[in-house]
Design a protein around this ligand. Structure first.
Ligand code: GUN
Ligand code: FE
Length: 435
């Protein structure tokens, strides 16, 4: 057992329905961790008195947050972060897809997987829903690296059978065989799970989407994820390609792909009818604000999601997004709502912490295990320690209250302030360890 001593901030409720009081903040708290699980939580002095013999990890010169949950991120794109100046379809053609084709080489794929997992953990992310490669072997290589990293990863082979360059295409039979093999090998193994992952309807025929429906039934708890409603040209082309579908999400729903384990990335140009459908089936949106801004996709309609009762979590969308930091994504989510004026939903720092932790755990069906630092949860945590003398350190020290301290974290901290990351009580090797 270990007794962690820290200032702890987490959001065990839902501030969109419960209000900003959902923030739980304790200074000089104690968290007792046994076999990776938090078994007691309370004032440090009380826990210390009750457990005088246990080793203590003193984290009082920083702030302890739940590990971040990234619900949309592409492993093959880690080396193309920073491709600025293009809208989505041009960026895919010129930036993302040429790099993704390089993962046909397994050795290259293995190196990219290491870069990706190192970047993810270093930013404080402990759980992620990850787009794999178009190649089964490169996806297999990724799962193996993810298992070694100790992170909680849900991922899947990305499938497409039209529009993209030939090397990236599959066919329905092959997708079924390869998908089944990957599910058998990796789904439910340790902290890993499988997600059926058509790239987007634009590059996926009805026959291939039908195979995705079959794969979703292959084992209990397999997730579904894809892109939708990101860019207006994309939405128009999907409408032309699927004349028999009511709208973008109907192309997935027709094949039984939408449900409580579904995460739709972007969803900027979603219609009210689609939001009704999502609310009915319990599907989630992954909001990726730096990507939406960088690719000029648009401002996310968070207020309409909330009004329809559709759950929203956050994604970094590396490499369309600008890095792994979910703290940065949280700040950008706040900016996007400010820029929407009366159509925006003003966000507090509590909303932002919820969005990058508990919301993602709920979207992935993992909220019984992770997302906050309550008793019974896994000890998945990110410890932020500001550099002494930095503006972040000074402003954090002068914060008026916990919500204000959290606002300082979102505005001023960077991945360089993430000093340690634990998953299931283990210090992740990928983070480089605690300095
Ligand atoms: N739509 C289809 N593929 C992609 C991708 O790789 N990134 C983003 N942002 N949108 C997509
Ligand atoms: Fe994406």
């Amino acid at each position: 057992m270990t007794l962690y001593r820290a200032t702890v901030l987490d959001v065990p409720g839902d501030p969109f329905t419960d209000g900003p009081d959902a923030l739980r903040a304790e200074t000089d708290a104690g968290l007792l961790v046994r076999d990776g699980v938090i078994t007691a939580r309370g004032p440090y002095a009380e826990l210390r008195a009750a457990h005088p013999g246990e080793p203590v990890e003193d984290l009082t010169d920083g702030v302890l947050l739940p590990g971040f949950v990234d619900t949309h991120v592409h492993y093959p794109q880690v080396r193309v972060i920073g491709g600025l100046g293009m809208p989505l379809l041009d960026w895919l053609e010129r930036c993302a897809l040429p790099e993704e084709a390089r993962l046909a080489d397994d050795r290259y794929a293995a190196a990219v997987a290491e870069d990706f997992l190192t970047g993810l953990a270093a930013a404080g992310t402990t759980t992620a829903l990850v787009f794999g490669a178009h190649f089964a072997t490169a996806t297999d290589v990724f799962f193996a690296a993810a298992e070694r990293s100790g992170l909680r990863i849900t991922a899947g082979q990305v499938v497409s059978d039209r529009v993209l360059r030939d090397e990236l295409l599959t066919d329905p039979d092959r997708a079924l065989t390869e998908g089944r093999r990957l599910i058998e090998r990796w789904h439910g193994r340790g902290r890993l799970r499988y997600a059926v992952t058509p790239r987007f309807s634009l590059s996926t025929s009805d026959d291939l989407l039908a195979v995705c429906g079959e794969l979703l039934e292959a084992a209990d708890g397999v997730a579904f994820t894809s892109h939708a409603n990101e860019n207006l040209r994309e939405v128009d082309r999907v409408r032309e390609l699927f004349p028999g579908s009511d709208d973008y999400l109907d192309t997935y729903d027709k094949h039984g792909l939408l449900g409580p384990r579904s995460v739709i990335a972007h969803n900027v140009h979603v219609t009210d009818a689609e939001l009704d459908l999502m609310a009915r089936v319990g599907a989630w949106s992954s909001h990726c604000p730096t990507s939406n801004a960088s690719l000029g996709s648009g401002l996310f309609p968070l207020r309409r999601h909330a009004e329809h009762g559709v759950g929203v979590a956050m994604g970094s969308d590396v490499g369309g997004g600008t890095g792994f930091s979910l703290v940065k994504e949280g700040l950008q989510a706040y900016f996007a709502q400010q820029l929407l004026g009366p159509d925006g939903l003003p966000l507090t720092s509590t909303h932002l912490l919820y969005l990058i932790t508990r919301a993602g755990a709920r979207a992935l069906g993992l909220d019984d295990r992770v997302g906050d630092l309550g008793v019974g949860k896994q000890f998945d945590a990110s410890w932020l320690r500001p550099s002494p003398g930095s503006t972040f350190a000074t402003n954090l020290a002068h914060a008026e209250d916990a919500a204000d301290a959290l606002a300082k974290i979102f505005t001023l901290s960077t991945p360089g302030d993430v000093a340690a990351v634990w998953v299931g009580g283990d210090l992740t090797t990928a983070s480089g360890g605690r300095p």
